[in-house]
Design a protein around this ligand. Structure first.
Ligand SMILES: Cc1cc2nc3c(=O)[nH]c(=O)nc-3n(C[C@H](O)[C@H](O)[C@H](O)COP(=O)(O)OP(=O)(O)OC[C@H]3O[C@@H](n4cnc5c(N)ncnc54)[C@H](O)[C@@H]3O)c2cc1C
Ligand code: SF4
Length: 558
């Protein structure tokens, strides 16, 4: 007889790994369906591969991969080393209106995007959770910072976040491992932005271990983390949460299982998940008393929209018609770069530090001082340039080498990540005509940034220039070129939570208003995007929702 699991989790990435761990450790028998394969670190990771071992020296994608990855190759990390960690776009199509480009970047393997992510990890604050009450746009979150803080603590303690406490209300401090060091260029910039503008510059808060934690060794600063980490020194689910879940003996991880839809009974309650075997194309079903979707923003919503039955004719948990709406991604494209001549000849002691700097949001906090709502933070850094400047130095021989060494510039740059307002019209729905390589209906995504985001990007460029110039940077170039939605890879929303079933899909515990044994525990649940990188918050929310799920499960209320 087929086993009925206590919970079926779809997706094994950043959030699915956490959910699998917490539910198995609470005593539940859990099946995790993962659409992709298991990676083999000795073959799939290339963080220690030097450029001279790569056919194209790591400089560009081979032509055949470019043809199969026209969308993925827009992501900086999808390069000659790591393109196999990103999907083949020809197998995973989606459609958009001709004038609304959306770059949907995905990884389908055990671990999902937690293998390739840039690990920046920041808490949200009540400036974010209660943003609507402050400026009147959109809806507040159905929870506040005080309620989420213990779950941030719990996640940080387990996965490890290095960083420095700064005491800022808009960027609450966490339980940090020792911070990485700033370079001298970053120290100069930090002093200038504090002295001139009263702003804070801090080392990036990163899910990278600066000392050993929970059986994982500290980072050895080899540098290119986005290609995988054989020592598991940054957070990825296959090196952290999934092994912990497996150690309970209660995890059944099913790779190559492409979930198509949630199955339901006559009353509309979940009975399990229907999936297609990625390799054989056979159709199968796994039975569960509770279903938890962690397939990532948009993918979880796609599964829900495709879960149609007579109790759920518009997709499961969608009688409000809100499912698929309020899609958001951070807006990028405003910033500046320059050089720091004052550091000419000074060595860079940073080595291959896998981290940058962060300037937390400073707009629209206590006052409304800008022509847009909400705010943005800057990421960036200052470092001794690689050797590109040699191209512009004439000559050859000993004198040429001397000049190349002596004139190696210190470069400095800042790039903003801004909040995107939640708008109903930014949405996804099922494309009624096309399916993916496994016969599952694909998404039609229609999203665009608006005037608020455009004004924000312009302000990012202005403030980046003023801060670099205050630090004595020269040759400062102002960059204002708004990014397409999706490319920040911080997509959130489409199955938002809220207190009102007429305007939200999930309640404050990430449980579907209409289906008590269906939960969503990834970024789909966000009611607003804030401007901080989202993954840490997704995981803290999942930890909180799992506590609730376990309590309800034990009391036989789900
Ligand atoms: C280059 C890059 C840099 C980034 N940098 C940062 C950063 O610095 N900070 C930050 O906070 N975030 C960053 N992100 C985003 C971060 O990776 C995501 O927010 C995070 O991984 C989301 O977690 P998730 O569990 O929702 O999705 P994922 O980690 O993507 O996991 C989803 C899993 O679900 C599986 N899946 C999907 N569909 C199905 C299906 N139908 N059936 C079965 N399984 C399915 C996928 O194969 C995948 O394994 C970055 C992402 C990238 C690519
Ligand atoms: S986390 Fe550290 S050890 Fe791992 S790949 Fe990144 S730099 Fe290298």
């Amino acid at each position: 007889m087929q086993q009925t699991f206590d919970a079926v989790v779809v997706g094994s990435g950043a959030t699915g790994g956490w959910v699998a761990r917490q539910l198995t450790e609470a005593g539940l028998q859990v099946a995790v369906l993962e659409a992709g394969r298991r990676l083999n670190p000795s073959e799939d990771y290339s963080e220690h591969t030097p450029p001279y071992e790569m056919p194209l020296r790591g400089t560009r994608l081979p032509r055949e991969r470019r043809e199969k990855q026209p969308v993925q190759s827009r992501c900086y990390q999808c390069d000659e080393y790591a393109n196999h960690l990103f999907i083949d776009d020809t197998e995973h199509p989606y459609t958009t209106p001709a004038d609304r480009r959306f770059d949907w970047i995905r990884g389908r393997h055990v671990g999902g995007k937690s293998i390739m992510w840039a690990r920046q990890s920041y808490r949200l604050s009540d400036y974010d959770f209660k943003a609507a009450s402050r400026d009147g746009f959109g809806d507040d979150w159905p929870l506040g910072y005080d309620e989420l803080a213990p779950y941030y603590d719990r996640v940080e303690r387990f996965i490890g976040i290095s960083g420095r406490a700064e005491g800022l209300p808009q960027l609450p401090d966490g339980e940090f491992l020792p911070p990485m060091a700033l370079t001298c260029g970053e120290e100069i910039l930090k002093k200038a932005v504090a002295d001139r503008f009263g702003r804070t510059l801090t080392i990036g808060r990163a899910a990278v271990l600066t000392r050993a934690l929970n059986g994982r060794p500290a980072c050895h600063y080899c540098g290119p983390c986005g290609r995988g980490c054989r020592t598991g020194s940054y957070y990825s689910s296959p090196h952290s949460t999934l092994p912990a879940a497996a150690a309970t003996g209660r995890l059944t991880l099913i790779p190559d299982a492409v979930a198509s839809h949630v199955t339901t009974n006559a009353e509309g309650r979940c009975t399990g998940v229907y999936y297609v075997d990625r390799l054989t194309r056979n159709h199968r079903e796994v039975a569960g008393k509770v279903v938890v979707l962690c397939a990532s923003t948009l993918e979880s919503t796609r599964i829900m929209l495709n879960s149609k039955s007579s109790p759920h004719p518009n997709g499961i948990a969608n009688s409000s018609g809100v499912l698929g709406h309020y899609l958001m991604d951070h807006v990028m494209g405003g910033g500046a770069g320059g050089t720091l001549p004052v550091l000419s000849g000074v060595p860079d002691t940073r080595g291959n530090r896998p981290n940058g700097i962060y300037i937390p949001r400073f707009r629209n906090l206590e006052t409304r001082e800008s022509g847009f709502l909400r705010g943005y933070g800057f990421q960036g850094g200052a470092s001794l340039s690689k050797w590109g400047h040699a191209n512009s130095i004439p000559g050859f021989g000993a004198e040429f080498k001397r000049r190349v060494k002596a004139e190696r510039p210190w470069s400095v740059y800042l790039g903003g990540f801004g909040e995107c307002l939640p708008r109903f019209e930014n949405h996804c729905r099922l494309d009624t005509e096309r399916v993916d390589a496994w016969g599952i209906p694909i998404l039609h995504i229609s999203a665009a940034f608006g005037d608020n985001e455009r004004r924000m990007v312009s302000d990012m460029a202005d403030t980046a220039v003023e801060m670099l110039e205050a630090a004595g940077a020269e040759g400062v170039s102002r960059q204002e070129n708004i990014s397409p939605p999706g490319l920040a890879i911080h997509e959130v929303g489409t199955a938002r939570m809220g207190n009102d079933p007429a305007t939200s899909v999930l309640n404050r515990w990430q449980q579907a208003h209409e289906v008590g044994n269906l939960f969503v525990m990834d970024g789909s649940v966000y009611p607003s995007s804030a401007c901080q990188n989202p993954t840490l918050t997704m995981m803290a929310l999942a930890a909180r929702a799992c506590d609730y799920l376990v309590e309800e499960y034990r009391a036989a209320r789900v």
